[in-house]
Design a protein around this ligand. Structure first.
Ligand code: COA
Length: 339
């Protein structure tokens, strides 16, 4: 029998600095009512100078380990597109900061789908007996890559980190990841991107443009792809694991926009009230959004042991991913906001 990856702990962290819609409206041509009605976002958290992605990842990872009641893991996978620096990856620093010793540690770059991609890598490592216990973290600090004059990105993105501990177990245990659906479409790679800083820049023949260090996004196109891909991927996954829409107690979808969450629910035939919503408090936190939403819902008692939870994500790349589990009995800490 294939060894399953079983959720043993979860935790999350947000920077202490909260940035309201009104604060953004002081410098951008926007307003609280537009942001709330068009996105569902009320506030987001941005790091202050001196706090990096690794710091947030470490804080979330520490909480997940505590939630699991353990102080070791033999593999750390960090999903991020905004690591501390372009090279090396940030995961080894995080593993060291957590006191995990010389364990295997690497980054996964799959934008807002990164956490679910990292879960699939962890499940593979456990199935192949590469690891017994894996710490998976999704962390992003997009605030350093937002063009302060671009209202279409600045209002949406927040910084944050969320983490999960997976242990080797059986597929019929609560918390076992029941399967995955993963996909990508490179034709759409320009729809959400940081154009500069990579090997493509040199090949363009143009001098580097400082504005290419910022993230740009074609919001309308991303909206449509997000709905279509998350709905289709969820349907594939549900069919594979033998669940119908009515079996889904909670759907933790990537927290991009409340209108996206509602449309995905409508397409899937899942009641809108079953969509976990955390974006009002943190915006779109990219690779961190799903573990943040899960931590928030588990801590508040919204998700209970035994509930059937569908997770689905979409992001730059383009990339998408879905997985599901029955929620296990977990001891969950509040989301940290003291970083
Ligand atoms: N504040 C005020 N007005 C704004 C605004 C803002 N921040 N952004 C756009 N507008 C205006 C536009 O100028 C436009 O005005 P007009 O009708 O007079 O031309 C109007 O609002 C509608 O603009 P539009 O770009 O169509 O907005 P939208 O409803 O598509 O919302 C996003 C924009 C970015 C919020 C939305 O497209 C979105 O969430 N996209 C998905 C992002 C995503 O899924 N990412 C996933 C991976 S990270």
């Amino acid at each position: 029998m294939i060894r399953a990856a079983v959720l043993a702990g979860i935790g999350a962290a947000l920077p202490s600095r909260s940035v309201s819609n009104d604060e953004l409206a002081e410098t951008l041509d926007t307003n609280d009512a537009w942001i709330r009605t068009r996105t569902g976002i009320r506030t987001r958290h941005w790091t202050d100078t001196g706090t990096n992605t690794g710091d947030l990842a470490t804080a979330a990872g520490a909480r997940a380990l505590k939630s699991a009641g353990v102080d070791s893991a033999d593999l750390v996978i960090l999903a991020t597109s905004t690591g501390n620096q372009p090279m090396p990856g940030t995961a080894p620093e995080v593993a060291t900061a957590l006191g995990l010793g010389n364990v295997a540690a690497y980054d996964v770059s799959a934008a807002c789908s990164g956490f679910l991609y990292a879960l699939s890598a962890a499940a593979g490592a456990i199935a192949a007996c590469v690891a017994e216990r894996v710490l998976v973290i999704g962390a992003d600090v997009w605030s350093t890559r937002l063009n302060p004059q671009d209202r279409s990105t600045t209002i949406i993105f927040g910084d944050g980190a969320g983490a999960a501990v997976l242990r080797a177990g059986n597929g019929d245990e609560p918390g076992a990841l029941l399967g995955f659906d993963l996909g990508s479409d490179g034709i759409g790679h320009e729809l959400a991107q940081v154009a500069g800083g990579g090997s493509r820049e040199r090949g363009s023949g143009r001098p580097p443009n400082p504005e290419d260090a910022y993230m740009t996004m074609q919001g309308k196109e991303m909206f449509t792809h997000a709905v279509n891909r998350m709905a289709a991927s969820s349907e594939q996954l549900l069919e594979r694991i033998g669940w119908g829409a009515a079996d889904v107690d909670w759907c933790a979808a990537h927290q991009a926009n409340i209108r996206i969450l509602h449309t995905v629910a409508d397409v899937l035939g899942v009641d809108r009230s079953r969509m976990l919503v955390h974006l009002d408090k943190a915006g779109n936190t990219s690779a961190a959004s799903i573990p943040l939403a899960l931590t928030d819902a588990a801590k508040s008692g919204q998700i209970k042991a035994g509930d059937r939870v569908l997770m689905t994500a979409f992001g730059g790349g383009l990339s998408w991913a879905s997985t599901a589990m029955r929620w296990p009995e977990l001891d969950v800490m509040e989301i940290s906001t003291d970083i």
